[in-house]
Design a binder for this molecule. Structure first.
Ligand SMILES: Cc1cc2nc3c(=O)[nH]c(=O)nc-3n(C[C@H](O)[C@H](O)[C@H](O)COP(=O)(O)O)c2cc1C
Length: 350
């Protein structure tokens, strides 16, 4: 079978498969391995400082000469947020952690620092990153013009037909359709409070009707049969995340890998508890405590900052009960194999 199509030609890749950016899980090693295997590797830098982002980009460049995507969080940073909500959550988290023997130092507002993709634009230009994907928003017309003038290929994420129409009217090259099955954060940027819950198949078919741009389909894809079906429905390629969660190159801790491999599709939930944005993953002690408390959750990225130390400590202590276990509805299929073996398996169908 020939995998060559307008998307593979545009991205200079052999196969229409994108290893999804997965902040906290995907690594420069994973991105490079995916690109070296003929797919498109992705490096997630959403919310990272420009210095860290630059180091990671240089690390991927040292490991591959092939194209790879750099992925941004394109959301606005709130100029103000409710101090009461912030304080209440701080107190709630302190109590929850104490009850469970987890150290927690309450965060002071002065210590909160948000990095926006706008802080990262200079280093992206300096590093001349050829492919940029983004989620949680769309770049401004001026930013699109600037990056396109440098020859950058731009990939936006949408979760509804309404969002797809907006992106279709811009110069963005490729649209990633994220179905509700997908692991990790919802890329939703319109009507965030009323979360679109559309499955990948209906969303893909409907978006195909409104634009001729190349489409990447994301959510629950884990085998060749799924890729064949998605391409038959009009996508030009697939973006796959959860299947790489337990890979050799994944930064997921062992207890996270165990939890996803032992899970079933019905376990998966949507929660705002870790970051303030809706995201799909497995429930644990932390999500159950926050979600059942009725406490008001500060918006992204405020809540994300409040839980950063908890997640970091959980990672260091292999504690899956206080870590965000982002995973899609088919995450249990993730094998403990190398990234390149997983891509080979996807192509060969065995
Ligand atoms: C652990 C994890 C982290 C993710 N982080 C990001 C991210 O940083 N940027 C992004 O655009 N998408 C992110 N996603 C969403 C993926 O791009 C993609 O939509 C999703 O993985 C596809 O569904 P699947 O996991 O069922 O394959 C993440 C997904 C997971 C599982």
């Amino acid at each position: 079978m020939t995998w060559n199509n307008s998307l593979t030609q545009l991205l200079y890749i052999d196969y229409p498969i994108v290893q999804a950016p997965m902040l906290g899980v995907s690594t420069p090693e994973m991105a490079a391995a995916a690109s070296n295997a003929g797919a498109l590797g992705s490096l997630a830098i959403g919310g990272l400082s420009p210095e860290t982002a630059q180091q990671l980009i240089r690390k991927v460049k040292a490991l591959t000469n092939k194209p790879f995507a750099v992925n941004l969080f394109a959301h606005p940073i709130p100029d103000q947020f409710s101090i009461d909500e912030f304080s209440q959550m701080n107190t709630f988290l302190e109590k929850l952690c104490k009850e469970n023997g987890v150290p927690y130092t309450p965060l002071t507002i002065e210590n909160v620092r948000f990095y926006s993709y706008k802080d990262q634009l200079d280093i992206l230009l300096e590093e001349n990153t050829g492919i940029i994907s983004f989620t949680f928003g769309i770049l401004t017309d001026e930013e699109i013009r600037l990056l396109k003038s440098k020859g950058t290929i731009l990939i936006a994420t949408v979760t509804s037909v309404k969002e797809a129409r907006l992106v279709a009217a811009t110069d963005i090259d490729i649209i990633t359709i994220q179905g509700i099955e997908a692991g990790g954060h919802r890329g939703t940027f319109l009507e965030h409070d009323h979360l679109p819950m559309v499955g990948l198949l209906p969303l893909l078919s409907q978006v195909r009707d409104v634009t001729n741009k190349p489409l990447l389909a994301a959510g629950g894809i884990y085998n060749k049969a799924g890729i064949d079906a998605i391409l038959a429905l009009g996508a030009h390629g697939v973006q796959i995340g959860s299947l790489f969660l337990a890979s050799t190159e994944s930064a997921a801790i062992e207890s996270y890998k165990d939890a996803i491999q032992q899970s079933v599709a019905e376990d998966s939930i949507l929660t705002q508890s870790f970051s303030g944005r809706w995201a799909r993953g497995l429930p644990n002690l932390y999500t159950q405590a926050v979600d059942s408390s009725g406490i008001s959750i500060p918006p992204y990225p405020v809540q994300n900052s409040l839980t950063a130390a908890i997640r970091e400590l959980a990672r260091k202590t292999n504690n899956s009960q206080f870590l965000s276990l982002w995973a899609g509805q088919n995450a249990s299929k993730a094998p403990r194999r190398t990234t390149s073996e997983i891509i080979r398996q996807l192509l060969e169908g065995n």
